[in-house]
Every structure is written in structure tokens, then in C-alpha cells.
Design a binder for this molecule. Sequence first.
Ligand SMILES: [Fe+2]
Ligand SMILES: [Fe+2]
Length: 235
Amino acid sequence: MATTTTTRRRSSSSGAKRSSGSTTRAKTTARQTSAKSNSNGGESNRSKSSSEKSAFDFKGGWLGAAAAGAAIAIAANLGRKLAMQGMSAAAGDWDDMLAAEHEATLALFDKILATDDSQTVKRAMMIKKLTHALDKHAHEEEHVVYPALRAANDTHDADLLEGEHGYVKTFLFELNEMEKGSPDFLPKVREFRDMISRHAKMEEEEVFPRLKEGLTDEQNAHITMLVNKEGFKMA
Ligand SMILES: [Fe+2]
Ligand SMILES: [Fe+2]
């Protein structure tokens, strides 16, 4: 029995030594790893700084691309504005330009009236286009022509026409809000078209000719330039 116990003790002691040896090896390996890690510290830092540099380069590249994109967008928008206002300007004097815009707007109304209740997306896009065209037209008249009418002592007509522009915005609000497949959509568009047609007729046949005749060529040229300038802002 005593022999067996001693053997077991020896065996245990030898296991402890093996364990101690393995702990020492593990410590040595850890030290070596740590040393390697320290010796690679510079490389690691260099690698981090390199990745930061790439991120910086990427940001720089992104900013450059964004700036180039913005420049292209500005140029494209400028081109679009020139094309849009150019179509009005090509009509001639200020009254011809505004009459050409009336005609284009009434043509757009007719296209909307030719749609059916299933063409909801097309209707929504056309109402947006109509809104933009009428906003631009109202801006030109309200910032140039109606003030010129008041300066020529035609305040009554200037106020009447400007008041009607308020109802143009009400029609646009209602049509923008309305379900585009609603059976009420086309009757509302028809009512709106009739109102615009009467308003445009009064401007073209009564008010604008009277104003134009009362102005000199230079004054009319100045009004034409101002209408173009305001139209370009809104195009
Ligand atoms: Fe008007
Ligand atoms: Fe008009």
C-alpha cells in the first residue's frame, strides 16, 4: 500500500512538474508574442495610419465627385432654364411671350382632359407641370406687368387680374390634393380651364394692348427684358 501511495505521489509530483513546465512554455510564448506584437507596433500604427489616409483620400475623392456632380447639376439646371425661358423669349415682345405661355398652358389643359380615370400617375405628373407653368407665368405678370399697369393708372384691372391669380392657386391646390382617379377630377380641370381661358382672353384682348400702346418702344423693351428676367428665375 505504502509503495502504491509513493508511486502515486511521484506520479502526481511529475504531473505538477509537467504542468509547471507547460506554464513556463506558455509564459515564454506569451512574452514572445508580446515582443512580436511590440516589435510590430510601428507597423500596426503605420497600417492604421495608412487606412486613415485611405479613408481621407476616399473622403477627398467623394468630395471631388460631389463638387463635380454639383457643377454638372448647376450647368444642367441652367441649360434647362435657358431652354424653358428661351421658348417664351422667342415669341418676341412681352405681350407675345405671355400670349405664347397662355397658349401652351391651354394645350396642357387639353392633354389632361384627354386622360381617363385609370391614368392617375400621368395626371399627377401633368398637374405638377401645370403648377410649375402657372407659377412661372403668374410670377412674371405679378412682378412686372401688373405693377406697370398700376403705374399706367390701370389699377382696377391690375387688382382684378391679380385677384384671379389667387383662385388659380386655389384650383391648383384642389387638383394637387384630389385623388387623380376621382370622377370629380375632369370636371374640376374643365372648370379651371374655362377660368384660365377667360382670364387670358381679357389680358390678351383688352389689358395688354392698352398698356403696350401707352408705352414707348424703350419702355416696352424694358418690360420685355424684365419679364424674361423674372421668368428665368422661375423656369
Ligand atoms: Fe394673369
Ligand atoms: Fe397671363
